[in-house]
Design a protein around this ligand. Structure first.
Ligand code: SF4
Ligand code: SF4
Ligand code: FES
Length: 561
């Protein structure tokens, strides 16, 4: 491999790599604004100027190809002066909005002003003012004064979203970005522009002015919006999810997420209609009940039916751990043969970028776990026919609002003598239930999903519940969490009384004199790994932060999902 020298260190590089790419590969960061590893090179910010020995002028590291024997300096007097000058130039007209800017705390301009700037301005004239609130599309707001004209947002639309919507107009210090006449910034990936904008010029209308970034905790998770399973970060303040951002994983979603995944997959967690504690139907209404009473009543009612009269409907929205324990409860504790799950596909959702028609996070997980009827058991269609024919009298459903997905089921399920549901929120399905257990959302528990590629990926609790405490369960902490006490307004808001489905079933099985020995989601996963071939030799540490591709699976099956 050829080598070049960067700041006295010999670095290997691959032919064709630019200096900035080769440096990054070795963990060395050359300051930059306009360069982004997934976009074409535009070379217009000049922040990455470096000195190369035997070259008369400074060059930009983002477009200069590394060559064997090259000697590059990023900390020489010449480069430091050049960077200072570039920063001074950027800051001439910059409004210095930091105290009210959403980007503050994660802004490249702010960080570089500390690291690469002289600390004062020589500019004494009135700054050039521009529009501060330009609605570019349904989700993105533009502040023209903050824009440093790096063109990342324009290139993102052209190259990644494949929907050219933005362009520069005017010249010099009047230059600004606009959408093409008659166009909006409304492609399904538009909010990625707010992540890659190196300053606070593009902000998310869903998040702006909700919180300072340093007041939120940040937890690695997985999007539940479709079977891609984009890697994400959940941002929480005061036990409320305020935003979801993408997390880099080159095998799954690169740097990106779609707007649906970002905006529509967390509001139900904060919603007022959360199921808080178990509920039992009394005189036609659902009434809150203690866990003890709810378990004993559930056991008593389930025992009153013949095992062939009870059906179990699992969920591709629930984790592998939840589905596995549900299957075990159905087959070992109750002895039912009737087990299946509903698929959710939206032919208008998928595209050839990230989005998939399967709008659940764990369909392949359900398949690999064998969430399907035994030989003589009923599949989903058989289950609904059985209810119609009054052969099936009781149904146990987890984490799926099947009536909203298929309103025709309302009349069918109304015929049941007993309908038990695990749900995080009250919905059309719970309105028919006799017993509702409050299931923790994907942001309140540990677990795994298997995406359409056959990659098993972990979710972690980001929001505390009564069951999972922030202080003792190792949840990520924000500055406010660390220093708040229970007497502070921001510290204790909305801790729901909800539990992971696997935990509810573990506790319920004791009422059948059956002991499931799971204390943690990890204990369930260890059993899955020991008993199901596709998951052999895996544990939470092996899965790690970026997930792992299952090897022992039928590849055709993973592509179909
Ligand atoms: S809005 Fe942001 S990403 Fe777009 S050109 Fe301006 S600074 Fe760059
Ligand atoms: S592509 Fe699918 S998994 Fe990714 S962000 Fe969108 S909905 Fe979520
Ligand atoms: S990062 Fe090289 S010119 Fe902008």
């Amino acid at each position: 491999m050829p080598k070049f020298i960067l700041d006295g260190k010999e670095l290997e590089f691959t032919q064709g790599q630019t200096i900035i790419e080769a440096a990054k590969q070795h963990g060395m960061d050359i300051p930059h604004f306009c360069w982004h590893p997934s976009l074409s090179v535009s070379g217009n910010c000049r922040m990455c100027l470096v000195e190369i020995e035997k070259m008369p002028k400074l060059v930009i590291a983002c477009s200069t190809i590394a060559a064997g024997g090259m000697v590059v300096h990023t900390k020489s007097q010449k480069t430091i002066e050049a960077r200072n000058a570039v920063m001074e130039f950027f800051l001439i007209n910059h409004p210095l909005d930091c105290p009210i800017c959403d980007e503050a705390g994660e802004c490249k301009l702010q960080d570089y002003a500390y690291q690469h700037s002289v600390g004062e301005s020589r500019f004494v004239d009135e700054k050039n003012h521009k529009d501060k609130r330009v609605l570019l599309g349904p989700y993105v707001m533009f502040d023209a004064e903050r824009c440093i004209s790096c063109s990342r947002c324009i290139r993102f639309c052209d190259e990644i979203a494949k929907d050219p919507e933005l362009t520069f107009i005017k010249r010099g210090d009047r230059v600004t970005i606009v959408t093409y006449p008659g166009e909006e910034l409304d492609n399904p990936y538009s909010l990625n522009t707010t992540d890659i904008c190196p300053v606070g010029a593009l902000t998310s209308r869903d998040f702006r002015f909700h919180a300072r970034v340093w007041d939120m905790s940040e937890t690695k998770s997985i999007c539940i919006g479709c079977s891609r399973g984009c890697n994400s970060e959940i941002w929480v303040r005061n036990n409320e999810v305020l935003r979801i951002t993408p997390r880099y994983n080159e095998e799954v979603n690169n740097f990106w997420m779609c707007d649906h995944g970002r905006v529509n997959t967390y509001k139900f967690i904060n919603a007022e209609d959360r199921v808080n504690g178990p509920f039992i139907r009394k005189n036609g209404s659902l009434v809150q009940e203690s866990w003890e009473n709810a378990f004993s009543l559930t056991a008593e009612k389930l025992k009153s039916f013949n095992k062939d009269e009870i059906v179990f409907i699992a969920s591709p929205f629930a984790t592998c751990e939840d589905n596995y324990v549900f299957k075990k409860f159905a087959q070992s504790v109750i002895g039912s043969k009737h087990l299946n799950f509903m698929r959710h596909s939206d032919q208008n959702f998928g595209d050839d970028i990230l989005r998939r028609d399967d709008v659940t996070p764990n369909t392949l997980g359900c398949e690999l776990l064998g969430v399907s009827p035994n030989k003589s058991g009923l599949n989903l269609e058989g289950i609904f026919n059985g209810i119609k024919q009054k052969k099936i009298k009781a149904a146990y459903l987890i984490e799926d609002d099947i009536i909203s997905a298929n309103p025709e089921l309302e009349n069918i399920l109304a015929d049941l003598d007993l309908f038990i549901v695990h749900s995080s929120n009250f919905n059309r399905t719970t309105s028919l239930a006799d017993i509702v257990f409050p299931s923790a959302t994907y942001a309140e528990k540990n677990g795994t999903f298997v995406n359409f590629q056959g990659r098993v990926q972990r979710i972690r609790p980001a929001v505390a519940s009564i069951d999972v405490d922030r202080a003792v369960d190792g949840l990520s902490l924000s500055r406010l969490d660390k220093f708040g006490t229970k007497f502070d307004r921001w510290a204790e808001k909305n801790k729901r009384d909800a539990k992971a489905t696997w935990k509810i079933l573990t506790l319920l099985s004791a009422f059948f004199n059956y002991k499931f020995k799971y204390n943690l989601a990890e204990d369930v996963f260890d059993e899955i790994s020991n008993s199901i071939k596709a998951f052999n030799k895996l544990d939470y540490d092996v899965i790690g932060e970026k997930g792992i591709l299952l090897e022992n699976i039928d590849k055709e099956q993973s592509i179909k999902v």
